[in-house]
Design a protein around this ligand. Structure first.
Ligand SMILES: Cc1cc2nc3c(=O)[nH]c(=O)nc-3n(C[C@H](O)[C@H](O)[C@H](O)COP(=O)(O)OP(=O)(O)OC[C@H]3O[C@@H](n4cnc5c(N)ncnc54)[C@H](O)[C@@H]3O)c2cc1C
Length: 324
């Protein structure tokens, strides 16, 4: 069976890897220049940032076995320090017990996971799938014939492709939120008993601060520090088109308030805009694929906004095709 997997994010790679493990040779088509999608790492000067997912908590799901047993564990680190709270701008341990699950990162950057998953697969980068057509015995993907297709991009990004084949997918209720991530590097050392801060109310402009250089080593030179500041859903939606300067202002104010004057002026700054950041309303694999034949939907919209769930959905999509 000749299968196209659209998207080399965690879900698409999980699907392709599962198919390859059963002796098939899927082709992964990815519009970007590398694997990972929202599981990605960015370098700005001497600073390194996980600008989408900031850590992976496999919670006993199938990704755990893949990460801890099957794939190379070089650079794989358990995040030792917990997540604390920044309720009303005040830092405290918060509900530490609730946050006490095993989280992992890679010293090379979180993008190491998709890089490992992509090893040995036929992944074609820089190929955006723009046309999908139904044939008697399969599908034409950008004009190339395949027996089956797995679509793994965020569902709103698949909508046009799905409309081209006019199938009755039950995905109407799925909704993604947007997120602006502000990447900040400082010529100032930083240490703390936590690796990240969360706003438990999720109402302020800044809802998450990941101290990248505390989380793991290799994220900033000696005496420097790096942070990813995530803006809340409302702020991100309202300011999505603003300039980097405007967007980063709130983040910089918060950094100064939390950590003092040395953190008001970063040496490096970049804004990463995630239009479809995480599904706030998801559906189930069964629901989305209830009429499926050989065009299967995957991706985190069918499970929830987590790397390990995206992986699981990819495996499910592959198993579904294999059963057929
Ligand atoms: C800011 C942010 C913070 C997050 N924090 C965490 C966290 O700490 N922990 C956690 O577990 N999860 C987190 N997540 C969620 C997690 O990153 C996602 O749930 C997961 O990575 C989704 O994987 P996916 O494969 O479903 O989709 P994606 O990663 O979006 O992959 C889809 C791929 O399809 C490609 N594509 C799209 N359209 C086409 C096309 N037409 N043709 C070819 N290719 C196409 C895209 O380029 C992309 O590579 C976060 C996400 C964001 C954005």
């Amino acid at each position: 069976m000749n299968i196209a997997v659209v998207g080399a994010g965690i879900s698409g790679l999980a699907a392709a890897r599962t198919l390859a493990q059963r002796g098939l040779k899927p082709v992964v088509l990815e519009s970007g220049s590398g694997p990972g999608g929202r599981c990605t790492t960015q370098q700005i000067g001497p600073y390194k940032f996980d600008s989408g997912a900031t850590s992976i908590a496999p919670r006993g799901r199938s990704l755990e076995k893949a990460m801890l047993e099957e794939l190379s564990q070089e650079g794989l680190r358990q995040v030792e320090r917990p997540i604390w709270s920044m309720a009303f701008g005040r830092v405290s341990p918060g509900d530490a017990a609730k946050m006490a699950i095993s989280r992992y990162v890679y010293e090379q950057g979180i993008v190491q996971l998709p890089k490992l998953l992509a090893q040995g697969l036929d992944v074609r980068y820089g190929v955006k799938v723009e046309t999908l057509a139904k044939e008697e015995s399969g599908y034409l993907v950008n004009g190339e014939p395949f027996d089956a297709v797995v679509l793994s991009a965020p569902l709103p990004e698949n909508a046009e492709l799905l409309a081209m084949v006019g199938e009755g997918w039950r995905i109407g209720g799925v909704r993604y939120r947007s997120c602006l991530s502000v990447l900040l590097g400082y010529e100032a050392a930083f240490d703390a008993p936590y690796h990240a801060l969360i706003d438990p109310e999720q109402r302020n402009p800044v809802i998450w601060v990941s101290a990248e250089s505390v989380k793991t080593t290799g994220r900033a030179p000696e005496g420097h520090s790096s942070f990813v500041v995530q803006m809340g859903s409302r702020f991100s939606t309202e300011h999505f088109q603003d300039s980097d300067y405007e967007i980063s202002r709130e983040a910089k104010i918060m950094m100064g308030r939390l950590f003092g004057k040395a953190f008001e002026d970063p040496a490096a700054m970049q804004v990463r805009r995630w239009l479809h950041s995480q599904p706030e309303i998801s559906t189930s694999f069964e629901n989305a694929n209830r009429n499926a034949t050989s065009l299967i939907l995957a991706g985190d919209a069918l499970a929830g906004p987590r790397v390990e769930l995206a992986y699981e959905v990819g495996v499910r999509a592959a198993e579904y095709l294999l059963q057929k």
